[in-house]
Design a protein around this ligand. Structure first.
Ligand SMILES: Nc1nc2c(ncn2[C@@H]2O[C@H](COP(=O)(O)OP(=O)(O)O)[C@@H](O)[C@H]2O)c(=O)[nH]1
Ligand SMILES: [Mg+2]
Length: 278
């Protein structure tokens, strides 16, 4: 009877909520280690600050080094390694890529997740190729632990991110698929108390539960000497130059963050003291 059904629905909802909470509790990690990845300027450092709830990473400075910061968030230690990032339209200095690889050992025994930071906006074939090349330096398993974080959320206004992903097309969809559909939209204009952060933490914890623990460097990658890795990076750079000639840099016209892309035509700045932190 319909009257019976009506009384059952709230009970079902309660049960669903209870099960969801039980799943969250079961996934809870006492400590979180995260690495921020992405090209320069999409908001990696600001995302780190949003998660840590305070200004730990300097913004708008082209750091040449990976930087580690840790603080207590909601009663647990959160460690974040911010990386220099790669160049989206120019050749990335080898040292930047080495720093990205070093980020893994900076949060021993290994990061729980890599947050691949991509701004809401145009995402080109070149962007996809850069993501692929740079993440490859960390080994194929990196994808199992990568969660895509969309910044510049205000550009969406009230459009759902799924619509943006559909409209951007196959290049962005490729990244979403590689991340096993794990993504989160972060609003970097909201600091501190906000459901977006517990939700992000939940998604990270779910990823860790599904992948059976934190990221580990593969034994064969560990065994490789630094020399082959550097040769690999060297090849990437020559590819990058060729692709840049073929495809050109294509900043989005009339886009509020097109200036971000223009930034990476600047030469890297001199090393900074705080960047040496480890
Ligand atoms: N409006 C807005 N600005 C952002 C956002 N993310 C980053 N920025 C700005 O973009 C610039 C570069 O950010 P930063 O975190 O230093 O980029 P990084 O090079 O990836 O570390 C800074 O001026 C930030 O304030 C965002 O989500 N919304
Ligand atoms: Mg930065």
């Amino acid at each position: 009877m319909s009257s019976t059904k009506l009384t059952e629905i709230p009970g079902d909802l309660e049960e669903e909520k209870r099960l969801a909470k039980a799943a969250r509790d079961a996934n809870h990690l006492p400590e979180l280690r995260l690495v921020l990845l992405g090209w320069r300027w999409p908001g990696k450092s600001l995302t780190g600050n949003t998660i840590l709830g305070r200004e730990e990473f300097h913004l708008e400075r082209a750091s040449e080094f990976s930087v580690k910061r840790e603080t207590e968030v909601d009663g647990r230690k959160v460690t974040i390694v911010d990386t220099p990032g790669w160049f989206s339209s120019q050749t990335t200095p080898t040292s930047y890529q080495q720093e990205m690889v070093r980020s893994v050992s900076m949060c021993s025994p290994g990061p729980h997740a890599f947050l691949l930071v991509i701004p809401v906006g145009m995402f080109t074939e070149t962007d996809r190729a850069r993501v692929e090349e740079n993440l490859a330096l960390l080994g194929e398993d990196v994808w199992k632990h990568t969660l895509l974080v969309f910044t510049w959320a205000e550009v969406l206004r009230d459009r759902p991110i799924e619509r943006h992903i559909r409209r951007e097309g196959r290049e962005l969809q490729w990244v979403v698929d590689k991340c096993k559909n794990r993504y989160h939209v972060i609003n970097n204009q909201i600091f501190g108390e906000h459901p977006q952060l517990p939700l992000l933490m939940e998604k990270i914890e779910k990823l860790v539960a599904e992948e059976g623990g934190h990221f580990r460097t593969q034994p064969e990658e560990k065994a490789q000497s630094a020399a082959p890795a550097e040769a690999n990076i060297g090849n990437l750079n020559s590819n990058a130059v060729r692709e840049e000639r073929d495809l050109g840099a294509r900043p989005k016209k009339n886009c509020s963050f097109s200036s971000l892309r223009a930034m990476d035509i600047d030469p890297p700045q001199s090393p900074m003291v705080e960047g040496v932190s480890d």
